[in-house]
Structure formats: structure tokens, C-alpha cells
Design a protein around this ligand. Structure first.
Ligand code: 3PG
Length: 401
């Protein structure tokens, strides 16, 4: 179901579920990639004279309003990019939202406050999500679902809302799926997946499903330390998911059985503490506690030898999917691993895909341009789960899977 299948949208209240979950630093947007990626659909709807009601989540607030996760700065940036006034409602489904929607004229746009300020959005109880979705549905006549980054979540605005209103996928979802289909249907070998980032438990789960489909898996970011610990190494105060050690040992054995290379860093940048002013030093990955910082040292980036080794494997690949920074790239001292991996992706003679909010933000913040990569996906978890071959609730409900 595409936007065209919804018929004429002139004067129609169209709820557009976007993923405008952008990185913010003290209220300032540090990468507006997800807002830009949402523009084609929003512009197409404006051009048709629709009344556009934009909903999104931002961050992971606790089901209640929390000023630091407000979508207000996002609405401001969207207005700048569209070059037109964009209204903002300080609530998602209350009086302010109802009034703001009622005041829309044809071709007008309003952004409603963060969906996740409402416990019903992410509730694990079906009836609670359904009740919140019903309140959202009252604000629109049709739904255009275009938040690709969140289609793997069974949440009220992603799933239940699409069962209550005539609904269709937007242009971003269509574009994303075009590229990801190329990664799942006969990807050219060697096929390398690079995983990093800080949402460690989310990502550990996908590895088992990815292994049979790829040739090499390069591990960086916060996940490294669970792998190193699984091999019996001490990791100081680095990020560690101790309850996942057996799972990780299973992956290492499975990779060996399948002939898939799991490549771990051989050196690590270890810091005295978390912060831009931390003392730091490069140390072998099996000697993280042998620095002056001892057991309180924490790994914040892959080391230079590892970064070069990763880069060589990436450059020799025909298909590369990368999700998750190699280190704390926001701090200059721990950005080199991510920079080296990003640079290698720009040299791939084949298809290179950068997936996810953090990785996309990283490459742009480090000065790379979108057109240096085959594709920059707005979905991290979503694209990984798609590559695993999982059914994604937000796509299934639209008949796109
Ligand atoms: C993302 O950043 O991956 C998406 O916006 C989904 O966010 P979530 O992991 O908090 O559901």
C-alpha cells in the first residue's frame, strides 16, 4: 500500500508516523539526517493539499513528559528545511493537539509532541497500546507510516494505529526497502557486516541470525568487551553484558563451524574515565587492565591496528553493512576507529550501507558526505532485524512484508 493507494488527499488529515529521533546536544540537533530523510513524503503530501499531522518518538523517555526529549527543536528544524511554517503541539493527544489539528489548512503541517511521553505508546499490554492508538486515530483520517527506523517496534503508532486508519507506507520506507532487498537477495561476496555502538543487548541478539548469511563479522564499539570477556580476558570497567557471555561463546563456536570470520579488535584505546578530558592509552585487547588505570580503565575506542585491519577487510569486500560506531566518536580522542572504518566504507567497490541513527550521525559529524556511501539507512535496529530475515510489525501491518 503506497501513498497513491490512499486516493486524493486534498483536505484530508494525514497522520505521518516519522522517525525524527535525532541526536541532540543541549537542545541542539547535531545531525538532522532523519528529518531530511522524511522530507520527500512530507513534501508530497503538502503538494497534494493534505493536512499533515506529524508524529514521532525521540529518545527513550519513561512514558511521561520530559523536557529534554521534546520534539520542539525538531519542529523548528523541519520548518526551516521545508521553508514554511510548521506548527507545534505541546501534547500528543490532548487539547493542544486537537486544536492544532483543527486549525490546519490544506497543505499545513503540525508536529505533535513526543509519542513516548505517553505510556500507551510503548506499553507491553496490548489493550493499553490499542487505547492510545485510538486517541491518535481521532486526530487523522488516514495514516502514512514512514518511520523506517522504528518499524521493528510493536508500538501503538507503528502497529495498532495502522489497523485503525486506512494506511500506507511513505516514500522513505519504500526507498529503504529497495536497498535492503539488495542486501538480502543474493548479496555479492565477500559480504562483511560491521557491528558497534552502545545498544549492546539489542545487537547481540541479531548475530546468530546474521552469521549464516555473511563472510565476515567485525566487532567494535561497546560489544567488544563482552566478546573479550567471553574469551577469558579482563576488561576493566568497560561496558560488559555478563549475562550474555554464554551466548557470545556460542556465536564464536558457530562462526567457526560455518567458516565465518568473527574479527575482534587486537588493540583498544583505554581511558581513565568517561570524558573528553580523560587520560588514555592504546593497549593490547588482552591486556586492558595493564595500563596505569588498572581495573578502573575503560575501553572507549578500537585501537589503530584494529582500525587498519578492519579497514582492509572492508575495502576487500563487495557488500558491506555497518551499524554502530566503533567508539565514543563524539569525543575527539575516541573517534579514530569510527573515522577509519567510515573512510574504508567510502572505498568499497560494491555496495556499502551505513545503518542507524548513531552511525549515520557519526559519518556526517566526522565530515563525510552521504553520497560517499552506497546508502545511509535511517534504521539501525530496524535494518539489522530486516537483514536477519525477521518479520517487522510496522511493515507487516502495512502489507509490505
Ligand atoms: C533508533 O534510533 O534506532 C530508532 O529511532 C528506534 O529507537 P528505539 O531503539 O529507542 O526504539
Amino acid at each position: 500500500r503506497t501513498i497513491e493507494s490512499l486516493g486524493s488527499l486534498q483536505g484530508t488529515r494525514v497522520i505521518v508516523r516519522c522517525d525524527l529521533n535525532v541526536p541532540l546536544e543541549r537542545g541542539r540537533i547535531t545531525d538532522d539526517g532523519r528529518i531530511r530523510a522524511s522530507l520527500p513524503t512530507i513534501r508530497a503530501l503538502i503538494a497534494q493539499g493534505a493536512r499533515v499531522v506529524i508524529v514521532s518518538h525521540l529518545g527513550r523517555p519513561d512514558g511521561a513528559p520530559d523536557a529534554k526529549y521534546s520534539l520542539a527543536p525538531v519542529a523548528g528544524r523541519l520548518g526551516e528545511l521545508l521553508g514554511t511554517g510548521v506548527a507545534f503541539s505541546t501534547d500528543t493527544v490532548g487539547d493542544s493537539a486537537t486544536d492544532a489539528v483543527a486549525q490546519l489548512t490544506d497543505g499545513g503541517v503540525v508536529v505533535l509532541e513526543n509519542l513516548r511521553f505517553n505510556a500507551g505508546e510503548t506499553s507491553k499490554v496490548d489493550a493499553e497500546r490499542a487505547a492510545f492508538a485510538a486517541r491518535l486515530a481521532a486526530l487523522g483520517d488516514v495514516l502514512v507510516s514512514d518511520g523506517f527506523g522504528v518499524v521493528h517496534r510493536k508500538q501503538a503508532s507503528v502497529f495498532e494505529l495502522a489497523t485503525l486508519l486506512p494506511s500506507a507506507a511513505g516514500l522513505l520506507i519504500a526507498t529503504e526497502l529497495d536497498v535492503l532487498d539488495r542486501l538480502t537477495e543474493k548479496p555479492e561476496a565477500p559480504y562483511t557486516v560491521v557491528l558497534g555502538g552502545s545498544k549492546v543487548s539489542d545487537k547481540l541478539g541479531v548475530i546468530g541470525h546474521l552469521l549464516p548469511r555473511i563472510n565476515s563479522l567485525l566487532i567494535g564499539g561497546g560489544m567488544v568487551f563482552t566478546f573479550l570477556a567471553a574469551q577469558g580476558h579482563k576488561v576493566g570497567s568497560s561496558l560488559l553484558e555478563s549475562d550474555q557471555l554464554d551466548t557470545v561463546r556460542g556465536y564464536l563456536a558457530e562462526a567457526e563451524r560455518l567458516g565465518v570470520k568473527i574479527v575482534l579488535p587486537t588493540d583498544i584505546v583505554v581511558a581513565s574515565k568517561f570524558g573528553g578530558d580523560a587520560e588514555h592509552q592504546v593497549t593490547p585487547a588482552d591486556a586492558i587492565e595493564d595500563t596505569p588505570f588498572g581495573a578502573s580503565g575503560l575501553g572507549l575506542d578500537i585501537g589503530p591496528d584494529s582500525a587498519q585491519a578492519f579497514a582492509a577487510i572492508i575495502r576487500a569486500s563487495k557488500t558491506v553493512f555497518w551499524n554502530g560506531p566503533m567508539g565514543v566518536f563524539e569525543l575527539a580522542a575516541f573517534a579514530e576507529g569510527t573515522r577509519t572504518v567510515a573512510a574504508a566504507l567510502t572505498e568499497v567497490d560494491g555496495l556499502s550501507v551505513v545503518g542507524g541513527g548513531d552511525s549515520a550521525a557519526a559519518v556526517r559529524i566526522l565530515g563525510f558526505h552521504d553520497d560517499q556511501f552506497g546508502h545511509i539507512s535511517t534504521g539501525g535496529g530496524a535494518s539489522l532485524e530486516f537483514l536477519e530475515g525477521k518479520r517487522l510489525p510496522g511493515l507487516e501491518v502495512l502489507g509490505w512484508q
